[in-house]
Write a protein that binds this ligand. Structure first.
Ligand SMILES: Cc1ncc(COP(=O)(O)O)c(C=O)c1O
Length: 405
């Protein structure tokens, strides 16, 4: 009862903040693992930058630029407090993909360096290592978790980095990051966590986790696109040399000598996505005002509800195991193995109450090919979704039952 009151109140106090939902009552958005919708507060912050103080950061000697620079740095402070880091440990990038590519370049790894990653990874945390290092990939167990013993077996003297996802964007399973970090520490290997799906769903404390690097995108946590974060532990960031070179990252340069700015600014060459970074700050404030613990609780409630409803449908199946620790991201297939999954998502989006889903490989082809699955349909929920939305998905699936069973 208590839980149901919490769920109803939380939803009521949240959905009103999302103009896209209020303007499109006939669309039910279930593609938040791809990108989240934006609350009015974020839209206002971006709009305010354009209308009131458009300028460049750290480059103009005038009031607009001072305000933009102050708000830009305020987002860095908000990000750092959100994940319990120091502001100088936060590098702004374009997205998680850019963060991981930047890290690859900063670490200067080559084909003689071993990187261990998992079959679960998004291409962003796979391709940079596959193409530039000696990538060894570990499998997942029957419980949907990265096989930690296999990591131990794969470690050798050339292993430089273990790079793994906190939460899979296909299975929704929360991975045993504590066990993996322990292995990294015991073997003196660097650790990178891809927190892109986790960061909007659960509290993250980088000091407690004790990882060396953590990467994510703003647009998956109510912020604008075009902004990513690369967290690098203080003692490491001080030892790295800038990779991207250009404006805004030097204190001094002449014909032969360069004095770089201190981290993190020496890693942010060129004009950044200023308005989007400022909008990202508003997104973090929004989540912080709700409380990430409440957000987590609400999403756990949605997860339980969706699982209970979806697993009753005998004409769909889950191709991947759903672990106990799981965020509300559900990947499913019609029992009818011959039907095209893109057709299924088209049928569902073509209804009067249109349902926005994702069908395909979700940029995780190694996972799909490992299990010989040709893609799947994904429904992913966030704080502006309700139990009613899940009921609507179930009704919609019943409506197309004759095509999929
Ligand atoms: C787990 C995970 N990592 C990385 C990414 C890449 O994010 P972006 O496309 O914002 O760089 C995604 C995007 O879906 C993801 O889900």
């Amino acid at each position: 009862m208590q839980n149901s009151i919490f769920m109803d109140d939380f939803y009521k106090n949240t959905v009103k903040d999302f103009p896209l939902i209020n303007k499109n009552q006939n669309v039910i958005y279930m593609d938040s693992a791809a990108t989240t919708l934006k609350p009015q507060k974020v839209i206002d912050a971006v709009n305010d930058f354009y209308c009131s103080y458009t300028s460049n950061v750290f480059r103009g000697d005038h009031l607009f630029s001072e305000r933009a620079s102050m708000n830009f740095e305020n987002t860095r402070r908000l990000v750092s407090s959100y994940i319990n880091a120091l502001p100088n440990e936060i590098i702004f990038t374009q997205n998680c993909t850019d963060s991981i590519n930047l890290l690859k370049n900063l670490l200067n790894l080559t084909k003689s360096d071993v990187v261990i990653s998992s079959i679960l990874e998004h291409h962003s945390n796979y391709l940079p290592w596959l193409m530039n290092t000696n990538l060894l990939t570990v499998n997942i167990d029957n419980d949907g978790m990265i096989n930690v013993d296999e990591i131990l077996q794969k470690i050798n003297k050339n292993t430089k980095l273990i790079a793994f996802t906190y939460v899979s964007n296909v299975t929704g399973n929360i991975q045993p990051i504590e066990d993996i970090i322990k292995i990294c520490k015991e073997n003196n290997i660097l650790s990178l966590i891809d927190a892109t799906q986790a960061v909007a769903h659960k509290p993250i404390d980088v000091k407690k986790i004790d990882c060396d690097f953590l990467a994510f995108s703003a647009h998956k946590m109510l912020g604008p696109s075009g902004v990513g974060v690369l967290y690098i532990k203080d003692e490491i960031i001080r030892s790295l040399k800038p990779f991207k070179l250009g404006g805004g990252m030097v204190d001094q340069v002449d014909r032969s000598e360069v004095i770089f700015k201190d981290p993190p600014h020496c890693f942010e060459a060129g004009t950044p996505a200023i308005e989007n970074v400022i909008g990202f700050g508003a997104a973090i404030e929004y989540i912080m005002q709700k409380g990430i613990e409440n957000v987590s609780l609400y999403l756990e409630g949605l997860n339980r509800y969706a699982l209970a409803k979806l697993k009753n449908l005998d004409f769909i199946r889950f191709p991947f195991i759903i672990a106990e620790k799981h965020i509300p991201v559900f990947t499913f297939l019609p029992e009818n193995g011959t039907i095209d999954i893109k057709y299924v998502s088209k049928l569902l989006s073509g209804r009067k109450n249109s349902i926005a889903l994702n069908a395909g490989y979700q940029c995780c082809q190694p996972l799909y090919s490992n299990f010989k699955i040709n893609g799947a349909v994904r429904a992913s929920f966030y704080i502006y979704n309700s139990k009613k939305d899940i009921d609507e998905l179930v009704n919609a699936l019943y409506d197309i039952k004759k095509f999929v069973e």
